[in-house]
Design a protein around this ligand. Structure first.
Ligand SMILES: NC(=O)c1ccc[n+]([C@@H]2O[C@H](COP(=O)([O-])OP(=O)(O)OC[C@H]3O[C@@H](n4cnc5c(N)ncnc54)[C@H](OP(=O)(O)O)[C@@H]3O)[C@@H](O)[C@H]2O)c1
Length: 329
């Protein structure tokens, strides 16, 4: 796959275009700051009286109400929560955004699952591969995060250049952009979250922790083994790959892991993974999540509360205090 870098962004000079950040949160704030520091013309759209408005104002941005923000945007960065974007499209954007403007997303969810359908605007995506805080700190270090870049609709003939210009302004082209489609990004991102990142891996951790507790181990020891050390290993995956990781761990760990670890992932696990993928691909997951959001996210709240009460969470809270001792930040 071709990796796009700053050399590919020649046509993506956004000088003079008004960029408006709608959604000044986890992604919105770092994106706004990076784009402004890259010399681009950035304003923020937020709800009056809310935290995002206050924060953007104290960061020195011109802040407008969402409808006015949309009306003044050449490039509207749609950085609201995914479940809100369909409402925002109807309430703020479709009657106000000047035709020929671009809407830039950080995730393909709303467009892929039919929350936003339009042929009148450039629809592009620049999805940094990481959390907003890291996007900002990498930029300040003179580096960046890689990103996925896509064009869903090219109304003006300039959509790809605009996406490249945004990726450059965010610092992502210092590392590289990978071209994809909204659909590929949305499906793979949701699948990765559910099967691995915030679904499968936490579930595995909890089961292993519970087993050690059942065998009489102390919660602290079980926490170190099943949770704390994971980060050290994941950092090795990320820096050196799976084989590279094995070169720096003990032979005992490498042998035990290779010989027995695979047995945990059975045909039934693979079948469940497939069901997770099918549910995402068919749009069933999006439907369930949007319904959950419309109903006030009660199930999410209940599931989250249940997690907070788990022994692993209680043990973790105590152990992590040790790491923050003397750290008054
Ligand atoms: N979180 C990440 O690190 C990450 C990583 C990659 C991609 N993304 C993508 O980036 C996008 C934004 O996600 P996020 O996590 O940054 O969102 P977020 O922080 O949860 O929310 C962004 C802001 O939206 C505002 N908001 C919420 N509902 C609103 C409404 N109805 N009208 C106007 N403003 C509203 C909130 O401000 P107020 O409540 O103060 O008004 C909030 O600060 C999503 O597409 C997400 O998939 C996120």
């Amino acid at each position: 796959m071709e990796v796009l870098t700053e050399n590919d962004a020649a046509g993506g000079n956004l000088g003079g275009r008004q960029i408006v950040i709608l959604g000044y949160g986890n992604q919105g704030r770092p994106q706004a700051l990076n784009l402004r520091d890259s010399g681009l013309n950035v304003a923020v759209a937020a709800r009056p009286g809310r935290k995002a408005w206050e924060k953007a104002e104290s960061d020195g941005f011109e802040v407008m109400e969402p409808q006015s923000g949309a009306a003044s945007a050449d490039i509207l960065m749609c950085l609201l929560p995914d479940e809100v974007q369909g409402h925002a499209w109807r309430d703020y954007i479709e009657d106000n955004l000047p035709k020929g403007s671009a809407i830039c997303f950080a995730h393909g969810f709303a467009v892929t699952f039919g929350q936003i359908e339009t042929g009148e605007y450039d629809l592009v995506m620049v999805a940094p591969k990481g959390q907003g805080g890291r996007l900002r700190s990498a930029y300040l270090e003179g580096s960046g995060l890689p990103c996925l870049l896509a064009v869903e609709h090219d109304a003006t003939g300039l959509a790809r250049d605009i996406a490249l210009g945004i990726a450059k302004g965010l610092g992502c082209l210092r590392i590289g952009a990978f071209e994809t489609t909204f659909r590929e990004e949305a499906l793979s991102d949701l699948f990765g979250e559910q099967a691995i990142l915030v679904g499968g891996v936490p579930a595995l951790i909890k089961k292993a922790f519970d087993l050690l507790i059942e065998k009489g181990f102390s919660p602290e020891v079980a926490y170190f083994e099943c949770m704390h050390e994971l980060k050290i290993i994941v950092d090795l995956f990320s820096l050196h790959g799976l084989s590279g990781m094995r070169e720096v761990i003990s032979g005992t760990a490498a042998f035990g892991g290779l010989k027995y670890g695979e047995r945990l992932v059975t045909e039934e696990t693979a079948a469940e993974m497939r069901r997770i993928f099918d549910r995402i691909e068919s749009g069933e997951f999006a439907r369930v999540w949007l319904e959950e959001a419309a109903g006030g996210k009660k199930e999410l709240e209940k599931l989250s509360e249940r997690e907070e009460e788990l022994t692993i969470e209680k043990a973790g809270r105590e152990v992590r205090k040790l790491f923050t001792r003397g750290d008054d930040t």
